[in-house]
Design a protein around this ligand. Structure first.
Ligand code: ADP
Ligand code: MG
Length: 884
């Protein structure tokens, strides 16, 4: 096996070989475009667009990439390396490019986006946060502007018209959250002009593992005000606090769990809380009910379940934090606060009750989609990240994406030391501190990764005792994140971070000139906003900003020289030293941490310090670890070397990765049921929005409604069995009056079913024709449109909420043999059919009865009135001034 084979999987190597000739073509074109004037180069876009129309994008790709490459060189002073061209080709092919941190993925996306924008159909570049979206779109925007290609950036809280402009641009930057919400909001508008997005043609997802895997467990939800009370949460919480929990590492299915001495069992491995018989008894007594498991007590049972989970399993500082009276989710993978997201299923409220903050009113889900299904909307999807290979299967199975590992521009010379394992956690932390002190003394910067905020703070305390100056970076200090991370490579810097905090920010050795300049500007009296504006590439004529920009440039020059000099010293000290303090559940996250060192051929080191008391070992290591604990005759400060340990760690991680994959698949399985339905409803909405003439459709609806009504009450041939009273009641005030169907027995004998149908059909038709005369065709057709949308939306929102309830119910009731997803699909289909029928009924009723004020001109407001509840929606992600 050659060296390449060893470093890269065979698959990537083969695929790279196929890409090689395209890359070479791009490189060969360098001279051609270098010879062009700026103007000429800028004009290439129009030429290439025509060429794409005449041939195909694949044919034009090399030229497009070469043009963009030359433009990046002229505008930004950065010439994309050959590996970056390969990355861009991989993206263009709709795959995942695995490229390490610092390889310049931002520029890779720029190349691929430019080439694909030539079709005129719009390209979305997806980032993990607003800061990155803004920064990248402005920097790369310079290149796009130069190439006469329009660029937009969608940010949280932007108004609709600004968003629409951004989406109409050739290339649009935005976060996964905002894009997903815009899609959902677009499917709630009444007029087509209110939509902001165009079609979903091509997306490039940056940090693709974070977005398509880590975030994929929590769907996007838009919620409206619900009418359910919140009192029960506090009651359930008070009750749960009286219960006695018992903690086990893993629940044993075969053992009789009720024999355990406790009211509920906390399973550390599965992160669940299960009530025992004694707990159930106490609940029945406390809430004065006979049987908690009765169907009528399902709501209470659900609240109690969530309360014991909140109290027994969910931990402050690990799973969530409380800030300003609000419970905020902490992403277990990134350590970030997930602003505006809430645990679903009432768990969030249960935690609010537990923490004694205001329990937010239970809201009603009115629109929802998973990231999986949102991103599957794109005709072509691609992504990039430093760490994708461990999740290759999932990308392939869920998104049909393959992962191509792209070699680094320069060889990685970072030294990854083997794990060092201690018997106790205390012993481990002592060793970590020693290592930090050792590095610190010779000026080698250290980045320490921890798995939780709690551990970060613990470590910080230990360092304080030693008098080592350091920065702590975790979800609680999210604002300054980028700034602190950027300085983590300074001579002698010590930075503690929860996993992957500050993703997307590059750690350059010696410090970061950009951030130093920013800080200096602020010291000079500029506000943070002004400073950022000065550092950005945004277009402006503002004198103040232009002046600040000049100042920024000067500062930058000065700091850049300083940083370069200091970088040399840091290199001599060994480069950035990465310390892991615990293995994460996923190997990918560990790799992510290591990868922050050794960028672009820099020196660096990494070591993971572990202990047998770490959660991963304790919970997933099983008996082998416990046995080892007992028999090992070492003190807590002696590291244990063991092959067995390494394999236990690796296999534990694989196990958890598999389990998490299953959790995500399960979320998806449920959403797939909804997705089929969502596609039907959104498709029909689109048809209405597109202004297709609905009149005929409505006339048929009326016919079906009459048929359905008769079928419901008039079955069989025997008139005596018919329920004419029922039929009359159903249609009363609409098509029938009290005087109808008052037949004598003799008349009944003569009665023909078809006659009833045709009489009613005729009445309906006449009535509707009369409406058309009364209102005029134009107005009636407008009313038809609005009524249909209004009814569809109301019913659909109720339906979504019902489906949520159904899901809760099904997961509660079916532990046994039945596959809950299948149950959910079947019952969900019935509910969907029932919804369609009731949409028909309500639309017809509304059209027959709606009153329109016709003093002079017809008043449109009156018609629109029922729609008003649209404005009561609030996003579960709190967009402060979004105008949905
Ligand atoms: P990644 O996202 O892969 O970690 P970034 O896109 O953040 O990397 O780029 C890291 C740094 O390298 C940035 O400062 C960027 O401007 C710089 N860079 C990227 N490509 C080049 C290039 N071809 N030449 C010079 N500098 C580059
Ligand atoms: Mg990046």
């Amino acid at each position: 096996m050659g060296l390449l084979d060893k470093i890269f999987g065979n698959y990537s190597k083969k695929e790279l070989a196929k890409i090689e000739p395209i890359k070479n073509k791009v490189l060969e074109l360098e001279d051609k475009y270098a010879a062009m004037s700026d103007k000429e180069l800028g004009e290439q876009t129009a030429l290439l667009r025509t060429k794409v129309e005449e041939t195909s994008l694949d044919d034009v790709l090399p030229e497009a990439l070469a043009v963009c490459r030359e433009a990046a060189w002229r505008v930004l002073g950065k010439k994309p390396y050959p590996v970056q061209i390969i990355g861009a080709i991989v993206l263009h092919q709709g795959r995942i490019a695995e490229m390490k941190t610092g390889e310049g993925k931002t520029l890779v996306a720029c190349l691929a986006a430019y080439a694909n924008s030539l079709t005129g159909k719009g390209v979305h570049v997806v980032t993990v946060n607003d800061y990155l979206a803004k920064f990248q779109s402005e920097e790369m925007g310079k290149v796009f502007n130069f190439l006469n290609t329009s660029i937009g950036c969608v940010l949280t809280g932007m108004d609709k018209s600004a968003k629409r402009d951004a989406y109409n641009a050739d290339i649009t930057y935005g976060t996964n959250t905002e894009l997903g919400f815009d899609y959902l909001r677009d499917n709630m508008v009444i007029y087509k002009k209110d939509k902001v997005q165009r079609e979903h043609t091509f997306a490039i997802v940056d940090e693709v593992d974070s977005i398509l895997i880590d975030e994929a467990r929590t769907p996007l939800i838009i919620s409206g005000q619900g009418d359910k009370s919140t009192e029960l949460y506090s009651m359930a919480d008070k009750f749960a606090k009286t219960l006695k929990p018992v903690t086990v590492i893993e629940m044993d299915d075969k053992a009789d769990n009720d024999l355990l001495d406790g009211d509920y069992i906390i399973d550390e491995k599965a992160k669940t809380a299960t009530i025992t018989k004694s707990g159930v008894k106490k609940a029945e007594k406390a809430f004065h009910i006979e049987n908690l498991m009765d169907a009528e007590n399902m709501t209470l049972a659900h609240h109690i379940n969530q309360a014991i989970k909140a109290n027994g399993v969910m931990k402050e500082g690990v799973d969530y934090i409380v800030r300003d009276g609000e419970v905020l989710i902490v992403d277990e993978f990134t350590g970030r606060v997930m602003d505006g997201r809430r645990f679903n299923d009432g768990l969030h409220q249960a935690i609010e009750a537990k923490e004694g903050v205001e329990v937010k009113r239970e809201s009603k889900t009115i629109a929802t989609i998973t990231y999986q299904n949102y991103f599957r909307l794109y005709g072509k999807l691609s992504g990039m990240t430093g760490t994708a290979l461990t999740e290759e299967d999932e990308f392939r199975e869920i998104y049909k994406l393959d992962v191509i590992e792209i070699p680094t521009n320069r060889p990685v010379i970072r030294k990854d030391h083997p794990d060092v394992v201690y018997k106790t956690e205390a012993g481990k932390f002592d060793a970590v501190i020693d290592q930090i002190v050792e590095c610190h003394e010779k000026g080698q910067p250290v980045l320490v990764g921890t798995v939780s905020i709690e551990k970060s703070e613990h470590l910080s305390k230990l360092l304080k005792k030693k008098g080592v100056q350091h920065n702590v970076l975790n979800a609680k200090y999210h604002d300054k994140e980028a700034m602190i991370v950027a300085q983590a490579g300074k001579y002698g810097a010590v930075t503690i971070a929860t996993n992957m905090a500050g993703r997307g920010t590059d750690i350059t050795l010696g410090g970061n000139a950009e951030y130093l300049s920013l800080a200096a500007l602020q010291k000079d009296g500029y506000t943070e906003e002004q400073a950022v504006e000065a550092a950005s590439y945004s277009n402006t004529d503002d004198e103040e900003i232009l002046k600040a920009r000049e100042k920024y440039r000067e500062l930058y020059k000065k700091f850049d020289a300083e940083v370069k000099e200091k970088a040399e010293k840091v290199r001599e000290a060994g480069g950035l030293y990465i310390i892991g303090t615990e293995r994460h559940e996923s190997r990918r996250i560990d790799n992510q941490l290591r990868g922050r060192s050794g960028r672009q051929g820099d020196p660096g080191e990494s070591t993971f310090f572990l202990s047998l008391e770490d959660d991963l070992m304790r919970i997933f290591g099983g008996d082998r670890i416990t046995g080892m604990m007992d028999t090992l005759n070492v003190d807590e400060h002696t590291p244990i070397q063991s092959k067995m340990l390494s394999s236990v760690i690796e296999s534990s991680q694989k196990k958890i990765e598999g389990r998490n994959f299953n959790i995500r698949k399960n979320v998806l399985n449920y959403d797939d049921v909804m997705n089929t339905q969502r596609e039907i409803i959104y498709g029909q909405r689109q048809m209405v929005l597109d202004g297709e003439d609905l009149h005929e459709y409505i006339v048929n609806m009326i016919k079906d409604f009459v048929d359905d009504s008769v079928n419901m009450y008039v079955q069989g041939d025997i008139a005596d069995d018919w329920n004419l009273v029922g039929l009359k009641e159903r249609l009363n005030g609409l098509l029938t009056t009290e005087d109808d169907f008052n037949y004598t027995p003799e008349q009944m004998d003569e009665l023909d079913r078809n006659e009833i149908v045709s009489t009613l059909q005729e009445r309906a038709q006449k009535l509707y024709e009369a409406r058309e005369k009364e209102l005029g065709s134009e107005l009636l057709h407008e009313i038809e449109r609005v009524c249909l949308l209004k009814v569809v939306d109301t019913k659909w929102m109720d339906h979504i909420d019902d489906m949520e309830e159904l899901k809760k119910g099904i997961t509660l009731r079916s532990y046994g043999q039945k596959n809950p997803v299948v149950e959910y699909r079947m019952e969900g289909m019935d509910m969907f059919d029932a919804m369609i029928e009731s949409i028909r009924e309500d639309t017809v009723r509304m059209l027959f009865t709606i009153k329109v004020r016709t003093n002079n001109a017809p008043q449109r407001q009156e018609v629109l009135k029922p729609m008003e509840n649209h404005h009561n929606m609030n996003l579960r992600k709190r967009n402060k001034d979004s105008n949905s």
